[in-house]
Write a protein that binds this ligand. Structure first.
Ligand SMILES: [Zn+2]
Length: 258
């Protein structure tokens, strides 16, 4: 029983709370510091990093489309087709009726404000500038689709020292008294041409080479010989289907009076 008396009494005083332990305090400070540093690193990377821009909701991201380059300007000084071997009076190219080459007139979609332009060239002789007759139409007015082949013809003719004469151009339907009601003159898509320096046959070849969709060496009963040249409303304008050709000479001479 002596042994019990020699043992130290069990400790029963107040224990310090764990937090007051220096080791625990140190661990808590280290943990807080690590969390703070982690938060700062995350905040900095979010603010200054290479984050992608956020698109506003509801607006899908549309990739920027690359516009194709504009088409090159047309060559106005060289033929677009080889010359035909012959172009006699009362014949036309291509064969068949004009409607299958230049398309029908359509006054319901024709808009003079947008479609008619003024053509000026000091090398060209205009009938309306030289013969002042009452109620004459202005022969400078043409459909915009006629401009390129007409300019090309003026340039090709100049190489032959010829002067193009525009005898007739746009005729408004309500003032048209000399052409058929379905004539492409009423849309400005046709011009009547002559030239004093070369034959009309050679002028017709040159007109065909200039890119008109339809060239007629017209031999009217009441008026003088001239060319009637016309174009489609636009290059991609659909055309009526051509009837099967029988290959006869009559098909080539299917000239209409225009
Ligand atoms: Zn005509």
């Amino acid at each position: 029983m002596r042994l019990r008396d020699e043992m130290p009494p069990p400790f029963e005083g107040p224990r310090e709370p764990p937090a007051s332990n220096p080791w625990v305090k140190g661990a808590a400070i280290v943990s807080a510091s690590v969390c703070l540093v982690g938060f700062l690193v995350f905040w900095a990377s979010d603010k200054f990093g290479n984050s992608k821009p956020v698109e506003p909701q509801g607006k899908p991201v549309v990739p920027e489309q690359v516009q194709p380059p504009p088409p090159p300007p047309p060559d106005l000084h060289n033929p677009v087709r080889p010359a035909p071997s012959a172009f006699p009076p009362d014949s036309n190219l291509p064969r068949g009726k004009e409607i299958y080459a230049s398309g029908p007139i359509d006054l319901t979609t024709f808009n003079p404000t947008n479609d008619i332009i003024r053509f000026d060239d000091s090398r060209v002789w205009f009938d309306s500038d030289n013969r002042h007759r009452p109620n004459d139409a202005d022969d400078h007015l043409i459909h915009r689709s006629l401009e390129v082949p007409l300019k090309r013809l003026v340039n090709l003719l100049a190489k032959k020292r010829g002067t193009l004469k525009i005898q007739d151009a746009y005729r408004a339907a309500d003032k048209n008294k000399i052409h058929l009601a379905v004539s492409l003159h009423c849309e400005g898509r046709a011009v009547d041409l002559t030239c004093d320096q070369i034959s009309l046959s050679d002028l017709a070849k040159l007109a065909w080479q200039s890119g008109f969709d339809f060239v007629l060496y017209e031999k009217p009963v009441k008026s003088g010989l001239h060319l009637h040249c016309s174009v489609k409303r636009s290059p991609d304008e659909p055309l009526p289907p051509r009837p099967p050709q029988n290959g006869s000479v009559a098909a080539e001479k299917g000239a209409e009076k225009n």
